[in-house]
Design a protein around this ligand. Structure first.
Ligand SMILES: Cc1ncc(C[n+]2csc(CCOP(=O)(O)OP(=O)(O)O)c2C)c(N)n1
Ligand SMILES: [Mg+2]
Length: 288
């Protein structure tokens, strides 16, 4: 396994990339006039850590059979994935401004037939973990050493299919499968605990036969350390990383604001959001 050195400079660099990705997401949604800002902003730090440091992947060879796979099970956060894939070089960044247009390669939810780097079409919540189980099992049968990473939403984790997949992952001893739960505590129309409570979430996943780690999903060092730790377990179990996050993270008026689950910023909100993110970007660049 590659030994990672999570020094301050690496963390600063990844935080800077995540801030630039947040700007891209806001810009894309503002132009498209639709999309899901909240769940993109809560998930982006983890996606940046995976693509810009942790995962083995090559944008010039997106179908390499030994690549690590990332599956965005909460498909409505597609703009976060698209921003990262474009920044990595999977396709031209100009495409980002055609989000949700007819004939664009970037539709509202990920489509693997349209977008280079997208592993599977998602958006119908609850399905991505099952797909990830299949790909991880295939890796075992083919004696490949790739890993499969999958990001699920906490509202999504209420789906019964998630728990069937969780049980089969431990049955097949898929220690090459690492799931991340975006625990922002909000879903489309309220808090997860009001609508269909998930607690005690750590014990639930453990009882399904998984290793469970719990972290602050906006602390880049904790994300990197948890990913390394997940790769180091040698007990034949899949690993779940519960990431405590804030829906809308990084834009003050979107944080924990249910309104921004599935509504794009208007012009005034767009300008305010960009101003905040630009300030943060300058700080991380070491400028005033
Ligand atoms: C099977 C299915 N049912 C309903 C929806 C509509 N929907 C889109 S996002 C969402 C809420 C998801 O909440 P969560 O998983 O917590 O996402 P996040 O908070 O990360 O945005 C719902 C119900 C869907 N995409 N798929
Ligand atoms: Mg949620």
């Amino acid at each position: 396994m590659k030994k990672h050195v999570h020094d301050n400079e690496l963390v600063r660099k990844l935080n800077l990339i995540a801030t630039r990705m947040r700007k891209k997401i806001i810009e894309m949604l503002y132009r498209a006039k639709s999309g899901h800002p909240g769940g993109c902003l809560s998930a982006i730090d983890a996606i940046v850590a995976l693509y810009f440091h942790h995962m083995r992947h090559d944008p010039k060879n997106p179908k390499d059979s030994n690549r690590d796979r990332f599956i965005l099970s909460k498909g409505h956060a597609a703009p976060a994935l698209y921003a990262v894939l474009a920044e990595c070089g999977y396709f031209d960044k100009k495409e980002l401004l055609r989000l949700r247009e007819i004939n664009s390669i970037l539709q509202g939810h990920p489509a693997n037939t349209l977008t280079p780097g997208v592993e599977v079409s998602t958006g119908s919540l609850g399905q991505g973990l099952s797909f990830a189980v299949g790909v991880a099992l295939a890796g075992k049968l083919d004696k490949k050493d790739y890993r499969v990473y999958v990001l699920i939403g906490d509202g999504e984790a209420e789906e019964g299919q998630i728990w069937e997949a969780a049980a089969s992952a431990s049955h097949y001893r898929l220690d090459n499968l690492i799931a991340m739960l975006d625990r922002n505590r909000l879903q489309i129309d309220g808090t997860t605990e009001e609508i269909y409570g998930l607690e005690p979430i750590v014990e639930r996943w453990e009882s399904f036969g998984w290793n469970v780690l719990e972290i602050d999903g906006h602390d880049m060092k904790q994300i990197l350390d948890a990913l390394d730790k997940a790769c180091s377990f040698k007990n034949g179990k899949p690993t779940m990383i519960i990431m405590n996050t804030i829906k809308g993270k990084g834009v003050s008026f979107m944080e924990n604001n249910l309104k921004f689950h599935g509504i794009a910023p208007n012009e005034e909100e767009y300008k305010m959001a960009m101003k905040e993110l630009e300030e943060l970007e300058r700080k991380l660049e070491g400028k005033k």
